[in-house]
Design a protein around this ligand. Structure first.
Ligand code: URA
Length: 439
């Protein structure tokens, strides 16, 4: 019984509270007096269409200009998550999210590894955005792989295989879809509370029990400054915490591509290499650290030996095949092969490193990602980087990369861009993880 009922219970006779008008919520946001109830009201109005585009744009600008308090940001995130279907899973589940990197196919490794440890991994991923690749585009380089599983199929697969990587449905966090569209048109994308609530609300709606985040900084990251990336990481971890989802975030550098492969088909091959105990040292290390943290958050303080064990003994690779097969892929896996390939030679000698941003632009030319909404993705797009780590000694004429794709002209153009993507640098290879942000 609550206090009001104990004192005679006037609850039933109180006049219903008038919902605040959207225009008042906009003003309260600009004045810093907006309440969590106001935020719920606003998100309902966004979802139902009661707030028009001009009002939503004005509210977004108020948030961008004046910020949101911690409680209000958590309320925004929860209301966005609750604006559509909310998935729930049996057993202990965990998920991983990255803010987007070049050559970052870690999701393809992490989902099966965590499933091998006995955790459920309901991973709903996205397609490429801007110059970074998308997990679903990479997986579709595997012949037959389906990224459009229905809710029933997702549930069955989590029960039987222990993991899936599929696309989110339109019924998940619809408020985010509308807010994001309007942010794009009103210069309000770059707002920490809006970015954090957008990312975390989709993860809450997808129902993961714990979340490990990989927040990129550096020249090819969407937040290049490390301090900004740290703030985003702290904000997202706090939103998860406020919504009872244990979370932690790794800050990782995106000045150089991750691993030695960029492009859909090449990144699948690279992930399979790591799943088989081989592969690029830094990418393997990042996968291992993210897995250990995810397992810890899920209440399974996995020893590093367990994670390394399933990578090195073939168990994780077999789990990936099982997942891919359950999602329609033929076994043995058939990965899109480029029609045209070309070697790229060093144009100068010296200590060099790859510029992640320039490599990404070469990848976009090949169709490894979507430069804009009309771009066509090439499943076979592949860039293999033969010289790797920062401060690498390169001699004029060395073969520094191999480029592949389904279009000769694009391969030639990408090769020219790649020759300029190796830049002079004495820097050493970045660490796999710079720092952890924990609650
Ligand atoms: N990714 C999202 O899902 N939302 C943002 O606002 C930015 C990146």
């Amino acid at each position: 019984m609550n206090a009001r009922q104990e004192t005679g219970g006037t609850v039933g006779h109180m006049p219903p509270q008038e919902p605040r008008r959207v225009v008042d919520i906009i003003e309260a946001t600009a004045l810093g007096t907006v309440t969590c109830d106001d935020i719920n009201e606003l998100v309902n109005a966004v979802t139902d269409g009661d707030a028009d585009d001009a009002q939503v744009g004005a509210w977004l600008m108020a948030v961008k200009a004046f910020g949101l308090g911690g409680e209000q940001a958590a309320a925004l995130c929860a209301a966005m998550a609750a604006s559509g279907e909310q998935l729930t899973w049996e057993g202990v589940t965990v998920d991983k999210h990255s803010t987007g990197g070049v050559g970052d196919a870690t999701s393809l490794v992490i989902a099966p590894v965590l499933a091998c440890l006995g955790l459920g991994v309901p991973m709903l991923s996205g397609r490429s955005l801007g110059h970074t690749g998308g997990t679903l585009d990479k997986l579709e380089a595997i012949n037959g792989y389906r990224c459009d599983l229905s809710a029933d199929e997702l549930r069955r697969q989590l029960d039987t295989v222990g993991c899936f990587i599929s696309g989110a449905t339109e019924t998940l966090a619809p408020a985010d879809a509308r807010l994001y569209q309007i942010r794009d048109r009103t210069a309000t994308v770059a707002s920490l509370p809006l970015i954090a609530a957008s990312i975390v609300s989709k993860k809450l709606a997808a129902g993961a029990g714990a979340l490990v985040l990989d927040v990129k900084w550096g020249e090819a990251a969407f937040l290049p400054e490390r301090d900004d990336a740290r703030l985003l990481a702290e904000t997202m971890v706090a939103l998860c915490q406020a919504n009872n989802v244990p979370a932690a975030a790794a800050l990782t550098c995106m000045d150089e591509p991750l691993g030695q492969a960029v492009g859909n088909a090449a990144e699948v091959h690279e992930a399979l290499g790591i799943l088989s105990g081989d592969g690029d040292r830094r990418m393997r290390e990042l996968c291992i650290q993210l897995c250990i943290e995810a397992a810890r958050l899920a209440g399974l303080p996995a020893a590093i030996e367990q994670v390394v064990g399933v990578l090195d003994d073939g168990t994780a690779r077999a789990k990936f095949d099982e997942m891919a097969h359950a999602q329609g892929a033929h076994l043995p896996l058939d990965i899109a092969a480029p029609v045209a390939t070309r070697d790229v030679h060093a144009a100068q000698s010296g200590k060099m490193r790859w510029s992640a941003l320039r490599v990404a632009h070469a990848g976009a030319t090949l169709g490894a990602c979507r430069a804009d909404a009309h771009s066509v993705v090439d499943a076979s797009a592949s860039i293999w980087l033969h010289v790797g780590d920062g401060g690498h000694d390169v001699r004029f004429g060395d073969v520094i990369a191999t480029v592949g794709g389904n279009n000769e002209d694009a391969v030639e153009h990408a090769s020219a861009l790649l020759a300029d993507a190796l830049v002079e640098s004495d820097d050493t290879t970045p660490a796999a993880v710079d720092e952890w942000v924990r609650p």
